[in-house]
Design a protein around this ligand. Sequence first.
Ligand code: NAD
Ligand code: MG
Length: 389
Amino acid sequence: MQRLAILGSTGSIGTQALEVVQANPSLFRVEVLSAHSNSKLVIEQARAFKPSVVVITDETKYKEVKDALLMLQIKVLSGEQALVEAVQSDAVDIVVAAIVGFAGLRSTLAAVDAGKRVALANKETLVVAGEIVMKRAAEKNAAIIPVDSEHSAIFQCLVGEQPETIEKVILTASGGPFLGRKPNYLVNVKASHALQHPNWSMGAKISIDSATLMNKGLEMIEAKWMFNLTNEQVDVIVHPQSIIHSMVQFTDGSVKAQMGLPDMKLPIQYALAYPQRIPNTFKRVDFKEHSKLSFEPVDYKTFRNLSIAREAMERGGNAPCVLNAANEVMVTAFLQNRVGFLEMSDMIEKTLQSVSFIEHPQLEDCISSDIEAREIATEFVKKSQLSMY
Ligand code: NAD
Ligand code: MG
């Protein structure tokens, strides 16, 4: 029986992780649940899964959750420090890191420091501080198992292989809702449109990132750190059907791909059960229905976020951290209709040019670069035509 802390339990990944637990009660038990502000859902989840601890990071929701769970003898805590302590508890074996954005960094690092297995959905953690996180994981013997479908695919392709035989990894990108579109169309798209992903149903932030291809940019950096690759070893190809979740090309020219229907429960389940595979009744791929799997190059000129992310990866230092912070500010502003779709790339690029470069950032530098980048990016947002109305 593995005891889980599910951080971000009210989100898209969090709720699907709970579905996996529910389907496998003899394998997994929920020990800790955490949410930011969705008190209603986390109360419902706590009633169903009876964890020992619930952490609600938004302190204004603390009393409501505490009162609701009083009779169930569930300990309710609030704030980020409580989250850190909860993941480090001896009663937790696996931490599902499914908080969105930079906000997930501290709790993920805490889990790593405590030597827990981390089922990592929060890709931003590796973008912001990949080198630091992977070094600490090695020191503390904490296994980081990917939940992101591309990285789960690569991880699965690498089972039984020697790391030095990797020639390159090929991340597949669906292309998002605006595949094939050009700037004259993208200039006017709104959040409601960008949120409609053709193959996956996900949280708002990653849905916008998928539409701009920043998601693939973040995933390149995530892959670099997770699999200890050089920049040149990380490649991207558009594969609109999202059946191949990613591939590894080896030094003998052989290529392995991992396939499946687009359903995040599969990589979540794999990360929780690895090295086992749990039988399930999820829908299977029927190749007669998916008779055409196609590939095409990325349109880097139109989807500039991916080129900007690659430049940040190649520049190294705190550049990916700045990229992430600027992007988080832009996505929030775009969701509120305060910046245009194409403006996001311009403003991220300008933020990267404005924040002081740190070649070998320590954790404190990542935190201060994040703050500085957010301030600068916020100033750019205020200057957008859309923000002025
Ligand atoms: P979501 O927006 O649906 O859920 C986010 C969760 O994080 C919620 O439970 C929320 O309460 C919590 N949260 C938000 N801000 C917080 C804060 N400041 N402090 C503490 N908790 C906070 O997001 P999601 O789509 O589930 O994505 C979660 C992570 O998983 C992201 O890093 C995303 O990139 C990654 N991911 C998601 C998918 C997917 O299919 N949704 C796929 C691959 C990777
Ligand atoms: Mg992904």
